[in-house]
Design a protein around this ligand. Structure first.
Ligand code: GLU
Length: 309
């Protein structure tokens, strides 16, 4: 049997339970994988212990299972990959791409989100690092670097990577940064398709750059609109989005399908999740997903609208 070249993934951080916004992203990446006869992997991004909610990782697994989103292969826990992240850091350092950044939060705040490269002269080797002073590790970006992305949902996009500023790969508190761990694991797991929320679009050119610096092929990316609440804010753990109701699994899925422009027959509301999922795989049309940045929760039952396009 021919092996499908499609490998997708869902990569939640266990900083809380899944809410409808995260289900939307999980469902879109799952359906895209299954409709393309692909594999769908699950990776728990548990590299930020201070923000982790005890028990959340296990409960996320259960929530996915309850919604019929069954993954292939054992779950990859990023907490088990620290030595791989350190090794990747060494490789990048040997290529002369890293430096130690001693800037404190107060200084960073004045820069408005784009680092100015002030610490570029601080090599990482022990002799030039100031001992006992905490530092973050940044990657030096090329002066001019244009990254083009043919987004599977949003269409063609162009980014000026140098405008993003040198970004952090290892944090001052000695933890690996999301950009490093996520890119390296997408490469390590041979992920070919990343379908995720529009809120992560800013990370995509950085991750494409890191992947190619580490010698990996870059996956194809598709960014779905994020789900916003009645106040227009992104549904998130920070603004207390309610966790998914385990007694309404089919109806949770149907709401998400509606938001993805796939209104399913109403009767499916009373069906088991497996039937809803099978219907959705059979009817999945990636090009139908709205290409805006946000969809509103109130749209899950009525007409879909696109906001902030
Ligand atoms: N772990 C990230 C989050 O929960 C998502 C990573 C990704 O999909 O690239 O926001």
């Amino acid at each position: 049997m021919a092996v499908s070249p499609y490998i997708g993934r869902f990569a939640p951080s266990p900083t809380g339970l899944l809410h409808k916004g995260s289900l939307l992203a999980a469902l879109a990446s799952f359906l895209d994988a299954r409709a393309n006869d692909g594999q769908w992997l699950l990776r728990i991004e548990d590299i930020d212990p201070p923000r982790e909610v005890p028990g959340a990782a296990d409960r996320i697994l259960r929530q996915l299972d309850e919604h019929g989103l069954h993954w292939d292969e054992p779950v990859l826990y990023q907490s088990s990959r620290l030595s791989a992240y350190k090794y990747a850091l060494q490789q990048l350092n040997q290529a002369g791409l890293l430096y130690a950044c001693y800037c404190n939060r107060a200084r960073l705040r004045t820069l408005g989100g784009c680092y100015d490269g002030a610490c570029r002269q601080h090599q990482l080797c022990a002799s030039t690092c100031t001992p006992n002073k905490p530092y973050a590790i940044r990657i030096q970006l090329p002066e001019h670097s244009v990254i083009t992305l043919d987004d599977l949902i949003q269409g063609p996009l162009v980014f000026d990577l140098s405008k993003a500023g040198d970004f952090i790969l290892w944090r001052r508190d000695q933890l690996p940064a999301y950009q490093l761990a996520c890119s390296l694991d997408d490469g390590f797991q041979n992920v070919t398709h990343v379908i995720r929320g529009y809120d992560l679009l800013d990370s995509t050119p950085r991750q494409m750059h890191l992947l190619s610096s580490l010698g990996f092929a870059t996956p194809q990316y598709g960014h779905i609109p994020v789900l916003s609440n009645a106040q227009g804010q992104k549904l998130s753990k920070q603004n207390h989005a309610p966790e998914l109701n385990p007694d309404k699994t089919s109806s949770n899925l149907l709401d998400c399908l509606h938001l993805l422009s796939m209104p399913a027959p109403h009767e499916l509301k009373y069906s088991r999740v497996e039937e809803v999922i099978n219907w959705a795989i059979a009817h999945w049309r990636r090009h139908q997903i709205p290409s805006g940045t946000r969809v509103a929760e109130s749209d899950s039952h009525g007409k879909l609208s696109q906001k902030d396009t």
